[in-house]
Design a protein around this ligand. Structure first.
Ligand SMILES: Cc1cc2nc3c(=O)[nH]c(=O)nc-3n(C[C@H](O)[C@H](O)[C@H](O)COP(=O)(O)O)c2cc1C
Length: 370
């Protein structure tokens, strides 16, 4: 079974991550892992921290001569600002952050003990492991892409895949629509001046997925519930939809369900409103997921709170913070989805080596053609 754990505080020594259950023989492209880490750090609207961080994944274990050897893969990402022991205590919990609930749970008076781990710095570790999961999936021509579809209420036009990719390569926000992006940048600037923050929606698409991943037989084996859980596990994600999602609820069935038709190659689906999953099982179409991110909870013009030390009204704590981290969340989103999809893929085709998985996979595809 593919499983992982991460550890590390935002201003601690660094992040540790272990990915267990990878087959032997997978080529580890370190440049790709670092390019995903770099993408997470980018995007207009990020705070000062991104100038300090310059993440690089150090692979500590599980790899020899750039190939996995079947043992757990260990990764370290060092923090450039290892200052945890010099930072002042925090007693004014920020509305919308984990400070108050986490402090009550663990009995912390200094809420720094909460925020150091609740901080989305942790997502860098998941991006590194998610990149490894993407490398595994790529071996089977399964590719993940993500981009933002709205920011602060500004929608992004839908574009053909080629145009979208071309525009994305020049984008500062992971936004494929230059007109929308210009408005978004303006809005981010105005929001920063107002001391406020923004959220938005991003989309993850997964192409090349074979039919048959996940299962309808138990709720927790359904691929849609698993992918939704993976996306919802990212801090600040408050909604996830698959295919047409919430919009399907207000349409009649005849305008929601994808008809099943014949083509020269066999069965085909002229539309993909289901987003590639029916009955909790991948149906061979592109998997389409969207995730809604709430605005960042740390405001430079802080919201009212109560200082837990004095019991008196106070301004919420201010930390160095992002105005909008949606572009970064979109990168984390593809990593989190890749980890869950790779887990489902290995459940079905898993073997101890890449060669064994290839045999299992091609046998399955051959049998499907018969
Ligand atoms: C990539 C990314 C970056 C984030 N950056 C910040 C930040 O700079 N400041 C902040 O207050 N919250 C930030 N957040 C959101 C908080 O981590 C999140 O709101 C908090 O942990 C509480 O969890 P919840 O929103 O899921 O309830 C970020 C989230 C992501 C995914």
């Amino acid at each position: 079974m593919l499983r992982y754990l991460t550890s590390g505080e935002s201003h601690g020594r660094g992040l540790l991550a272990i990915l267990d259950g990878l087959p032997a023989g997978l080529k580890i492209d370190r440049d790709f892992i670092d390019s995903e880490l770099k993408a997470r750090q980018g995007g207009y609207g990020r705070g000062g921290r991104m100038k300090i961080e310059s993440d690089r994944a150090e692979i500590w274990s599980g790899v020899r001569d750039d190939l996995t050897i079947g043992s757990p893969l260990g990764v370290v990402i060092r923090n450039r600002d290892f200052t945890i022991d010099e930072l002042p205590p925090l007693t004014a919990p920020r509305p919308g952050h984990a400070d108050l609930a986490g402090g009550r749970k663990y009995g912390h008076r200094d809420l720094r003990n909460v925020l150091e781990r609740a901080s989305a710095r942790e997502t860098a570790a998941r991006v590194a492991l998610g990149a490894v999961a993407q490398l595994l999936l790529k071996e089977f021509s399964i590719e993940l892409e993500s981009w933002i579809t709205s920011l602060g209420g500004i929608p992004v036009r839908e574009l053909p895949a080629e145009k979208r990719r071309e525009n994305l390569s020049a984008s500062r926000l992971g936004c494929p629509d230059p007109e929308a992006e210009a408005k978004m940048i303006e809005l981010i600037d105005r929001t920063r001046e107002a001391g406020d923050t923004l959220g938005g929606v991003f989309q993850v698409e997964i192409t090349g997925v074979p039919p048959g991943l996940g299962s309808y037989s138990q709720g927790d084996t359904r691929l849609d519930s698993r992918l939704a859980g993976a996306l919802m596990s990212i801090p600040a994600i408050k909604g996830v939809e698959i295919g047409t999602g919430f919009a399907a609820a207000s349409e009649p069935g005849s305008r929601v369900h994808d008809v099943i038709a014949c083509s020269e190659d066999g069965i085909c689906r002229p539309t993909n409103r289901a987003g590639g999953i029916e009955g909790g099982v991948s149906n061979g179409e592109t998997i389409v997921i969207r995730a809604a991110m709430k605005p960042i909870p740390t405001l430079s013009r802080p919201l009212p709170t109560v200082d837990l030390q004095t019991g008196l009204p106070a301004d919420a704590a201010r930390e160095r913070s992002d105005v909008c981290a949606l572009p970064a969340a979109a990168v984390v989103g593809r990593g989190a989805a890749a980890l869950e999809l790779a887990r489902a893929f290995l459940e079905k085709f898993g073997g101890d080596s890449l060669a064994e998985i290839r045999r299992n996979y091609s046998g399955y595809l051959e049998a499907g053609k018969a």
